[in-house]
Design a protein around this ligand. Structure first.
Ligand code: UDP
Ligand code: MG
Length: 332
């Protein structure tokens, strides 16, 4: 559906990091999706510092077809920031985020939109199954969602990635959350509004390799745990209390031995060493946890822009809905 002069209803945001293998199929499927939609729509590709031919393909497309937009970040800022950059540029009334690798099938977008039309503000897509992913990825993901849900005071839906639709008013609220370490699906859950779900079977990646190696998954998990729960801090307090409690009990026991002139009181080196190292270890653990929080405070205090946009293409076609300035992003 061409944008014409009517305001844009749907913005589809696709973060792209070295996805040249999958782009031809993705573009075909997206083209079909945009044709199918009854209202004007735009697809915004956020190039998250790709160093393959994805930028060339996407720029070509943005020049040729007014429905496609291209944002190039100046380096790899990570999936969550790429999504944020796309959201800041979105003009639609409903904003849909989906992966480039077709693991989030464009056909499910029709269902997301149908639920939105029923009056829901957030419609997320829950994975009923995950094909083509290693047992390790499936089990860590399973554990991650359960753990986050039990640790956090807000209800973050399980088995739901960033594939979702949000209403313009949810986006406006989301953009008032300038935090640096972003866990977007948690932030949307935190916002509340009227939420609904659709379900789908997650397919294998259409082509190419995963762009989420273990260290990126761990970083996302840390952002989720530290950003949406104070459980690590509470854990630190409980650890500290139990170790001190044990030390007190041990002290009382030694005192009792001393008062009864017990011959066992000849203390060995090993017990001393064990206690000292145990306490040192606890100390380090607690300092580390507090340090994580201090690190995050530091990141917020610095107040850096979340990302830097190097280039914007394809935003000038539609004069009726001027591009919105991002909250804290720096352009050009
Ligand atoms: N991605 C990104 N920046 C990154 C890593 C990933 O923009 O640093 C994009 C990637 O191109 C894809 C989406 O985020 O569109 C999800 O990544 P991927 O499919 O590799 O993750 P997985 O499905 O394996 O968890
Ligand atoms: Mg994927």
């Amino acid at each position: 559906m061409a944008t014409g002069s009517r305001p844009i209803s749907y913005s589809i945001i696709v973060p792209v990091f070295n996805e040249e293998a999958v782009l031809p199929v993705l573009l075909r499927r997206l083209d079909q999706l945009l044709d199918r939609l009854s209202e004007p729509a735009e697809a915004i590709f956020v190039d998250d510092g790709s160093n393959d031919s994805s930028p060339i393909m996407l720029q070509e497309l943005a020049k040729r077809d007014p429905r496609f937009r291209y944002i190039c970040l100046s380096r790899n800022f990570g999936h969550q920031i790429a999504i944020t950059a796309g959201m800041d540029a979105a003009q639609g009334q409903a904003i849909i985020v989906m992966d480039a690798d077709l693991q989030d099938p464009p056909e499910v977008v029709d269902q997301l939109i149908a639920k939105w039309r029923e009056g829901n503000d957030v419609v997320y897509a829950r994975r009923l199954s995950r094909a083509g992913e290693s047992r390790f990825k499936r089990s860590t993901a399973h554990l991650f969602y359960r753990l986050i849900d039990s640790m956090s005071s807000i209800n973050i839906p399980a088995d739901v990635g960033d594939f979702r639709l949000i209403d313009r008013k949810v986006l406006d609220a989301l953009r008032q959350m300038p935090e640096q370490n972003r866990f977007v699906r948690g932030m949307v859950a935190w916002l509340g509004f009227r939420q609904a779900e659709v379900t789908f079977h997650r397919q294998e990646r259409a082509a190419g390799e995963t762009k989420y190696p273990l260290f990126k998954m761990l970083r996302l998990a840390a952002d989720a745990a530290l950003g949406f729960s104070d459980a690590p801090l509470r854990l630190a307090i409980w650890c500290g209390l139990s170790v001190s409690g044990l030390a007190l009990l041990y002290g009382a026991w030694v005192m009792a031995l001393w008062m009864s002139n017990d011959s066992r009181l000849v203390a060995g080196w090993s017990s001393t060493i064990i206690i000292v190292s145990l306490l040192c270890g606890m100390n380090m653990l607690l300092t580390g946890i507090v340090g994580l929080y201090v690190g995050r405070i530091h990141a917020e205090v610095k107040g850096r822009p979340l990302y830097v946009v190097q280039k914007r293409l394809g935003f000038d076609h539609d004069q009726s809905a001027p591009a919105r300035a991002p909250v804290r992003a720096v352009h050009e």
